[in-house]
Design a protein around this ligand. Sequence first.
Ligand SMILES: [Zn+2]
Length: 274
Amino acid sequence: MRRLEMKYFNTYYFCSVIQYIIEDSDLDYVGTLAEFTELLSECKREDFPQESYLQSFVDFTVERILFEQNEYKASDIAAAIEADGYENVINNNHEVFYSHEYKYTIFELAIIHYQGCKEKMQDWIAKNVAPEEFDALDVAINYTNYLEGNYYDVINSIKNEVFYLLFQNRYFLMQFNVLISDIHPGKSERKNIPTWVKSAVKYRDKCKCVMFQKDLSGIMDVEEYRDKQFDHIVPLEVGGFNDVSNLQLMCSKCNQKKGIKTYTNNIYHFYYDN
Ligand SMILES: [Zn+2]
């Protein structure tokens, strides 16, 4: 069983940005959606990819946000150099490093939080960028490259945590799947659902029908176990994907009633009663 150590480093921040992008595509933070749309519409649909469509999107977005922050910071440093000269900025702890909105970018903080073995942008610039060579975009790219190994480790950790949280939220999953089925107007065939997908959905929905919480665990009743069905939140008939993020657990009665409607239930149990 794979384990995930949750460090909750800005995890909720990334979750909200991703939610905003999905809810309001006009916002299209850092052009992520536009690029993802292009990428997705060019690819053939896959059935139950191990790296699910939601994971790919999370990955894409997290990477974009982190890089964008490095880029903004490098641009602000460039502007300060323009105004006050390289020496004054890089070697004298110029206020740009303190007054800046991103005193540390999330990414620098992430590096410190996750590994703590690479240099902050300021120190890296001092050692590696000659005064006459300062170019904001180059700095953003080269600094990102310098972080390389850490960069992907950090993105991977963040992406797994963000996925873990977003996967709990069925309403969000429905919105995401509506969006990708709009972007990619193909059709997926009904396929056997891999065991790992079934496990994920069963654990998330706690072995209960998402509609009226009928127990489908089969612990007490074999019939109920057999009644368990994996429903596509966005049905295949209307363009839904075979993706782990598009499935939910239902009893046969509810599944039949739902038919080819796009629907989920966002009612959950309290952890305890008062
Ligand atoms: Zn039911």
